[in-house]
Ligand binder design. Structure first.
Ligand SMILES: [Zn+2]
Length: 166
């Protein structure tokens, strides 16, 4: 599949920019969204838990560009064998991928595994689960729509640089 080769190339290229001075484990990830490729590397931190995986950084780039659906994922990392995405990244990918979304993960030497997000994270918790809870909530009349309106107001407040006094 041509697009998977392009995604793998992008992931492999960005992997060289990984900031991984502590683990030495360099990873590059690329996602396809709205016909464009968004590629990112892992970024570690001296406060270890703050390190961020390449996959999540690539998802954030796509979302920041306006994408809400990811059509394919490629990851290059590992040493002797291809390293599959971690559990946290599988959950983050599931937010924007369907179970059928192709995922290929490859070792730097080229050997790869092709699978789907549904195979990597079966029976996942997803948007439908929490949206159902928001709709069924009887304690408040504010459903998810109210939540996003609040978020929009918050963003507006932040971007205007002004704060209302309490
Ligand atoms: Zn991860």
């Amino acid at each position: 599949m041509l697009r998977m080769h392009a995604l793998l190339r992008a992931a492999s290229k960005v992997r060289s920019r990984a900031y991984a001075p502590y683990s030495g484990f360099q990873v590059g990830a690329a996602v396809l969204a709205k016909g464009r490729i968004y590629a990112a590397c892992n970024v570690e931190n001296s406060s270890y838990p703050l390190s961020i995986c390449a996959e999540r950084n690539a998802v954030a780039m796509a979302v920041a560009a306006g994408a809400r659906k990811i059509d394919a994922v490629a990851i290059v990392g590992g040493t002797r064998r291809p390293a599959a995405p971690c559990g946290g990244c599988r959950q983050v990918l599931a937010e924007f991928c369907s179970p059928e979304t192709p995922v290929v993960y490859a070792a730097p030497d080229g050997q790869s595994v092709t699978t789907t997000l549904g195979a990597l994270l079966p029976s996942s918790f997803g948007p439908a689960d929490i949206m159902g809870a928001a709709r069924e909530s009887t304690g408040t009349k504010r459903g998810l729509a109210g939540t996003s309106r609040s978020a929009a107001r918050f963003r507006g407040t932040r971007s205007s640089g002004r704060r209302r006094s309490p």
